[in-house]
Design a protein around this ligand. Structure first.
Ligand SMILES: C[S@@+](CC[C@H](N)C(=O)[O-])C[C@H]1O[C@@H](n2cnc3c(N)ncnc32)[C@H](O)[C@@H]1O
Length: 295
């Protein structure tokens, strides 16, 4: 099976731009809100002035941990509690979370487009499983193009937020099955039930917990988990996407695991980094690793 290294580059769109990065931070526009937050990868010098950075509506200061995940936001008085960010008529409600995120990962844009195109081109509605699906961007991108989606996350709050995004996007009638469960337990159960999917998306964290405390550790669990996911594929599957953040593995490792798992199917694997291109085209910011298989 051929595997090729391909950077996937998210370019700015009307409602999102990486405005600048450097000195361990990034400055982004999410809809009408500008946020300034830590970015450990941004070791270089910024291109905008300090005054430009200070104009942000929300500035995150971290409180110690290496990844800058915990800390607090300093807000301008006019910064709303939540606001919409739109992509292709899909609306995502963004919020300033205590762990420095807004509920949307713009670098995943290339995956949303890919899934959306595959679903739109399919002869019949694709049956797609989105695991560790968070606030549902990929689920909505697939459902908008006519796919039937099973969206799974361990967090009730994340599922509530994904439903809010569905509602804001006017996709209430889209066939999305919402499941709050542990990803490993659910995959094992679906195998026993003989369920099949044409496409699987997974965006596992490094460490996670199922709703009943079930433990997820990517480096220990990924290989068996992906093997289980492959058992859920239909006879003529369309795609499998794996994204990973903050881990010791390289994208070459992810690609090799994907090649092993998918060996009984004919197709190709692409792998590499998910990048965001800065609006002024001066930098690319690497956010995560991926490997994806397609028929
Ligand atoms: C990195 S986020 C996914 C981001 C999302 N795919 C996106 O692009 O917007 C990881 C998600 O995994 C979920 N999670 C963590 N452990 C889990 C487990 N054992 N089973 C299912 N979901 C889990 C978390 O609740 C979180 O929503």
């Amino acid at each position: 099976m051929i595997a090729s290294i391909t950077p996937l580059i998210a370019q700015p769109w009307a409602d999102y731009a990486l405005l600048d990065s450097g000195h361990g931070r990034k400055l982004e526009r999410y809809g009408r809100i500008i946020v300034n937050r830590p970015e450990p990868q941004a070791l270089w010098n910024p291109t905008l002035t300090e005054a430009d950075w200070d104009k942000a509506d929300a500035i995150f200061t971290n409180t110690g941990d290496e990844d800058g995940d915990s800390g607090k936001w300093k807000l301008q008085s006019s910064t709303p509690e939540s606001w919409p960010v739109e992509w292709e008529d899909i609306k995502f409600i963004c919020r300033l979370m205590s762990f420095r995120h807004m509920g949307l990962f713009p670098e995943q844009l290339t995956h949303w487009k890919w899934v959306n195109e595959k679903a739109a081109k399919a002869d019949q509605p694709l049956n797609i499983l989105n695991l560790f699906a968070y606030t549902g961007a990929a689920s909505l991108a697939a459902a908008k193009a006519g796919a039937q989606v099973t969206h799974l996350d361990a967090s009730k709050k994340a599922i509530g937020w994904a439903k809010e995004n569905q509602d804001a996007s006017g996709l209430n009638d889209a066939p999305i099955r919402w499941i709050c469960d542990d990803a490993k337990s659910f995959v094992a159960r679906e195998i026993r039930r003989g369920k099949k999917y044409d496409g699987i998306i997974m965006d596992p964290p490094k460490f996670g917990r199922g709703p009943n405390g079930e433990r997820w550790h990517i480096e220990e669990d990924l290989v068996d988990f992906l093997g289980g996911c492959v058992e859920l594929l239909s006879d003529n599957p369309s795609f499998v996407i794996l994204t990973a953040y903050a881990m010791r593995l390289s994208s070459v490792s992810l690609a090799s695991v994907m090649q092993d798992a998918m060996q009984k199917f004919t197709g190709t694997v692409e792998y590499g980094e998910l990048l965001i291109e800065q609006e002024n085209k001066k930098r690319f910011l690497s956010t995560s690793l991926y490997a994806r298989w397609s028929s």
